[in-house]
Structures are given as structure tokens and as C-alpha cells.
Design a protein around this ligand. Structure first.
Ligand SMILES: [Zn+2]
Length: 70
């Protein structure tokens, strides 16, 4: 079974460059804690594979910090 960070990584990667906000990631993966999602996306953003910046979420179209696969 994949760990939560692995599931978040896979979901963002499979979004194929789509920007996603933490709330949509949390809802899609049915994760109980927003803080946990934020920690994971912040960590992913330190790698070359992901970009996290203010923008518009491709799913809910809210302005928020969004992450996408680079
Ligand atoms: Zn969203």
C-alpha cells in the first residue's frame, strides 16, 4: 500500500502539469488533515519535479497556492 506522500506525488504527477490546490488534493485522496497535505506539497516543491506557487487551481478555479508537475 502506498504511503500518503506517495499517493500525493502520484496524483499530482498524473494530473500532467495541471495546477492543483491543497484542498483539492486533500479531497481527492480523502485525507483527514489539511496540514498534512500542506506539509507534503511543501516538501515536494523542494524537488525539481514539482513547482508550487500562487495561482489558479485547475479543478476548483480558486486562487490559492497550487502545485503542478514540472
Ligand atoms: Zn482546487
Amino acid at each position: 500500500m502506498a504511503t500518503v506522500p506517495e499517493r500525493v506525488n502520484t496524483y499530482i504527477t498524473e494530473a500532467g502539469g495541471y495546477s492543483l490546490c491543497d484542498a483539492c488534493i486533500q479531497a481527492h485522496l480523502a485525507l483527514p488533515k489539511a496540514q498534512q497535505v500542506q506539509q507534503i506539497t511543501s516538501t515536494l516543491a523542494t524537488t525539481r519535479d514539482f513547482v508550487r506557487e500562487p495561482g489558479e487551481c485547475g479543478l476548483c478555479h480558486k486562487s490559492a497556492k497550487v502545485i503542478r508537475h514540472a
